[in-house]
Ligand binder design. Structure first.
Ligand SMILES: NC(=O)c1ccc[n+]([C@@H]2O[C@H](COP(=O)([O-])OP(=O)(O)OC[C@H]3O[C@@H](n4cnc5c(N)ncnc54)[C@H](O)[C@@H]3O)[C@@H](O)[C@H]2O)c1
Ligand SMILES: [Zn+2]
Length: 700
């Protein structure tokens, strides 16, 4: 997001011929997706839309009015029709009779399921009454930066009047819920010509009689604010004057590489955290500015913003002018524990008798002067989205402090949203986290057969994965496949040769910036070669040693450095080979290099134990399917060695195994997953054979 983000006007993208081909719920979905496709209109997951549609009742067949309103969870930009809750409007109206007043408004939520139309399983959101009681067919509720800038200004009400006259009204801050729904309904009835309302410290409500008009009104109102703010702020320095230099892009990355594993180690006590780094122009302008410390301390305004970013960010004490990173790193433990103490203080000051227990007191957003913004959350998407939200908050603070005085939400109000029992219930409904949630895995040879199967196994357990490989095409292909399956947030690729020291160091540095650190290394990149010893050239010998032995050393060393910095323990798994234990004819270079891997693993298990770093080995054998090794000359050489053709060779291996079964990449991946996960928390220095049984490789 750039500084100029709010200076451009929104375009009306409505396609009337497409819209007329849709039914009313279809048009509502179309409008919602259009609105949500532009982050200037609403932030990810923020806002909701509705339409009151006449439909036949499934029991009586008689027409009845149904409120279609975005349900709990999801995002208007990407939602599908099943993201809407549907409720009988007349039953919603009847709820008014049951309302006992604002002190009891939360109990109204329990009545909403009773109003469900057509057994729709989508849960209604807390915002449902805000749509139900506006007596208009179509209602949009958005969180546009350009409107929140007004909504979060000290004199927001008079600015609203100045910009919009009588078109748009003002309602002071009120936590979303039943009472606010009644306020909105009353406002609309008292002001039949108004086209919407700005909610103090929150966002925008707009309404109209048709889907098309509602979309147009929403855009028009936001554009009006964008233009007004643009005129007011065109000649101003944002955030006072700059008081820190912006470091070069390279240096910013370096600082982030150093800081992120340190922070991650200090905040992952209760739950592993994944990091995200953002040094976009809007962020840099803010973190280098004179007003940053004061504004950051005020906290964010829109409830969505602080639910994602915590009430306020942590400012890392780093002076880009002197660039003394060591002192910053030394001060981190104190700074982070001070933040936790302050958060605990906020919890204690604001809690009620029935408040849920204090949640993780660590900061989500870390602002680093001259460098950018680091965010940490339970998974990559949440960390990335938290950064997006704080960027929204920066935009709001910039515009608001240019035209007025920016106000954060009062502490107690923020607390009441953060620890709202209804919010807690939503958290309790979330699925249990997966076994590798928050973990970061680095897989060498990640584009190959066993490597990609392992990556997939880890991703399915919630890990973030870096695929490192020397084969650019295969890497791109594997990366694409896995991103399609698990989403682009959780998988990264890095083109890297395990024998190149600098490339390995760089790849781990990149991992630190992409995800915040590393927890699991799978050293798997490999080749196979075959030659009688008298025909083994020094070159062939060295190649095996370089990739299989030295390569395993280099990636382990870099992983160890990062694991030690985090102090969270870790798991290293070597994919060696049956041939590490069993001599095989005509493959002395390969077998010897594989044997070296096993012994390296044992040495590292010894060294890593004190830091909780476990090192174990998986020994596969004859994994023909999916393996690139088995498509090249190795296949031919092995087939020749046993006097078979390709198919005969597969049968030969199967027959040779004790269990008479073919070994698949997924089988190797399963053993690797076991050794990488907490299921094997008490195993180190071990070997698991995945070779369908081979007496030669029984360990002793
Ligand atoms: N497939 C088997 O039967 C078998 C048996 C025993 C051991 N292994 C071991 O399993 C590991 C994975 O093998 P696979 O069967 O998946 O083979 P594969 O060829 O499908 O995968 C190996 C990957 O390593 C990559 N690679 C090779 N040299 C590299 C380098 N210098 N830097 C970075 N990446 C490099 C390749 O590009 C490839 O993507 C290897 O270490 C291999 O020795 C395989
Ligand atoms: Zn809202």
């Amino acid at each position: 997001m750039s500084t100029t983000h709010t200076s451009k006007l929104l375009q009306n993208l409505w396609d009337q011929s497409h819209a007329t081909s849709l039914d009313e719920p279809g048009r509502l979905l179309y409008r919602s997706n259009l609105l949500g496709s532009d982050k200037r209109i609403t932030n990810f997951g923020g806002g909701n839309t509705s339409a009151k549609v006449s439909m036949p009742d499934p029991l009586s067949g008689k027409d009845t009015t149904v409120l279609w309103v975005k349900g709990s969870g999801g995002d208007v930009g990407t939602m599908k029709l099943d993201g809407f809750a549907t409720l009988y409007q007349d039953k919603l109206n009847a709820l008014r009779e049951l309302y006992r007043g604002v002190d009891y408004e939360d109990e109204m939520v329990a009545y909403l399921p009773h109003c469900t139309f057509d057994l729709n399983p989508r849960a209604s959101s807390i915002d449902t009454p805000l749509h139900a009681y506006v007596p208009k067919a179509h209602v949009d509720h958005m969180h546009p930066d350009a409107i929140i800038a007004i909504a979060a200004s000290a004199d927001g009400e008079s600015l609203t009047k100045e910009i919009f006259g009588n078109d748009i009204g003002w309602l002071p801050w009120k936590r979303p819920g039943y009472e606010l729904g009644l306020w909105l309904g009353k406002y609309c009835e008292d002001n039949p010509h108004a086209r919407g309302v700005i909610l103090g410290s929150h966002g925008l409500f707009t309404w109209a009689d048709t889907a098309e008009d509602c979309y147009a009104v929403t855009l028009e109102i936001i554009n009006q604010s964008i233009s007004w703010l643009g005129k007011k702020t065109s000649n101003q320095m944002a955030f006072g004057k700059a008081c820190h230099p912006v470091l070069t892009a390279t240096r910013r990355q370096e600082v982030a590489q150093q800081l992120m594993p340190e922070i991650r180690g200090l905040i992952s006590g209760e739950q592993y955290k994944v990091g995200h780094f953002d040094d976009s122009p809007a962020v840099l302008e803010f973190v280098c500015s004179e007003q940053m410390p004061g504004l950051a301390a005020l906290g964010t305004s829109c409830p969505d913003h602080f639910l994602r970013t915590k009430i306020r960010p942590l400012i890392v004490s780093f002076d880009p002018a002197s660039d003394d990173l060591d002192s910053t790193v030394n001060e981190l433990p104190t700074a982070l524990s001070q933040y936790r103490d302050e958060y605990a203080g906020y919890y204690e000051r604001c809690k009620h008798a029935d408040s849920p227990a204090m949640r993780d007191p660590n900061a989500v957003v870390y602002l680093v002067p001259g460098v950018g913004m680091i965010t940490f959350a339970k998974d990559k998407s949440t960390a990335r989205i938290s950064a997006e939200f704080y960027t929204n908050a920066i935009n709001v603070m910039r515009e608001s402090s240019a035209v007025s005085t920016y106000c954060g939400l009062p502490e107690q109000e923020a607390f009441d949203i953060e620890y709202w029992l209804l919010e807690e219930a939503k958290l309790q409904r979330m699925p249990k986290s997966k076994s590798l949630a928050g973990r970061v895995a680095f897989v060498t040879g990640g584009a190959g057969g066993i490597g990609s199967a392992t990556a997939q196994r880890f991703l399915s357990e919630g890990a973030c994965v870096v695929l490192a490989d020397i084969d650019a095409n295969l890497l791109t292909e594997t990366h694409l496949q896995l991103s399609e399956l698990y989403g682009g947030d959780v998988v990264r690729k890095v083109l890297m040769d395990v024998t190149d020291e600098n490339q390995v160091i760089q790849a781990f540095n990149d991992t630190a910036v992409e995800f915040g650190g590393v927890d699991i290394l799978v050293s798997n990149a490999g080749i196979a070669s075959s030659a009688a010893v008298e025909d083994t050239t020094l070159e062939l010998w060295n190649k095996n040693m370089d990739i299989l032995s030295t390569g395993y050393f280099l990636v382990s060393r870099e992983a160890f450095k990062m694991l030690r910095r985090q102090s969270l323990g870790g798991a290293v798994v070597f994919i060696a080979s049956k041939n590490a234990l069993a001599a095989s004819p005509g493959a002395s270079a390969y077998c010897t290099a594989k044997a070296a891997e096993v012994h390296l693993a044992r040495c590292l298990a010894l060294e890593g134990a004190s830091g909780g770093i476990r090192v174990n080995v998986v020994n596969p054998d004859a994994v023909l399917q999916g393996s690139k090794i088995w498509t090249g000359e190795w296949l031919q050489q092995r087939a020749d060695a046993y006097g078979k053709d390709a198919e005969g060779l597969q049968a030969h291996y199967l027959e040779r195994s004790l269990l008479k079964r073919a070994v698949l990449p997924e089988d190797v991946a399963e053993a690797t997953y076991f050794l990488a996960s907490d299921a094997s928390a008490k195993s180190t220095g071990n070997i698991i054979n995945v070779d369908a049984g081979n007496v030669q490789s029984f360990t002793r």
